[in-house]
Design a protein around this ligand. Structure first.
Ligand SMILES: [Fe+2]
Length: 235
């Protein structure tokens, strides 16, 4: 990232579930958006202070507790606008004080920075990814060498299959994936690298994907996700 680019994205790994919290900084306006504020909000606020930005927006990839438990603490410091997808608000069912509800394809303007909202259901009905130029914040939809669980309430492995296929079709191969958890051997990756080594991108049959997602693939804390060759370790 060079100083001439209008946007910086800073990452913090916080909490017992290895969540990544991202701060999107628009340099010209001094505005920032925090994605999935959770766990240690003082660290998020400190990061904003260090960069001399004010948090004007909160973006949610989805409504699971480990991604939202810092919203109120941020709102105590900043009068920020909350963004999430309409489908996720309906699924969450929580009282929200005047959020902005989006549909896939919407754009959020953060000063000179354009943030594109992608609707990526599967982990939850209203899961979102946020695209900022050549970077994609993927929440619990696409992990580095993994993807989000589909066995929790609101999860749907068939939707996840369609979502991942659509992402592969529509996104440039050099886009950088910024996931919602630090579950892998490396914190970020490109879509191109994921096409090589992410087992969830290797399926061409829905039923086999569902079987693998629901019954085969699991995560172990002592074994971070790494690349898997097609045909290897697959049912
Ligand atoms: Fe989640």
């Amino acid at each position: 990232m060079t100083a001439t680019q209008p946007t910086s994205i800073h990452a913090l790994e916080l909490g017992p579930m290895e969540n990544f919290i991202y701060l999107i900084e628009d340099r010209a306006s001094g505005r920032a958006a925090v994605v999935d504020p959770a766990w240690d909000v003082p660290e998020v606020l400190k990061l904003a202070d260090e960069h001399g930005v004010r948090i004007t927006d909160i973006l949610l990839t989805h409504s699971h507790q480990d991604h939202i438990n810092g919203i109120e603490a941020v709102l105590q410091e900043y009068d920020a606008q909350l963004h999430l997808l309409k489908d996720e608000a309906r699924f969450w069912g929580s009282y929200l004080d005047l959020p902005t509800l989006h549909h896939g394809g919407d754009r959020i303007e953060l000063g000179d920075t354009q943030i594109e909202v992608l609707h990526t259901p599967g982990h939850t009905p209203g899961s979102a990814c946020y695209r900022v130029g050549d970077r994609l914040i993927t929440g619990d939809t696409l992990f580095v060498f993994g993807c989000g669980r589909c066995d929790l309430r609101g999860g749907d492995p068939e939707q996840m299959y369609v979502t991942l296929k659509g992402m592969v079709e529509r996104l440039p191969k050099d886009i950088v994936i910024l996931p919602g958890h630090n579950y892998a051997v490396k914190p970020t990756s490109t879509l191109e690298e994921q096409l090589e080594g992410n087992p969830f991108l290797h399926f061409d049959q829905l039923d086999r994907f569902v079987e693998y997602r629901m019954h085969y693939h699991d995560r172990h804390r002592d074994a971070p996700y790494g690349p898997v060759c097609p045909g290897h370790e697959m049912p």
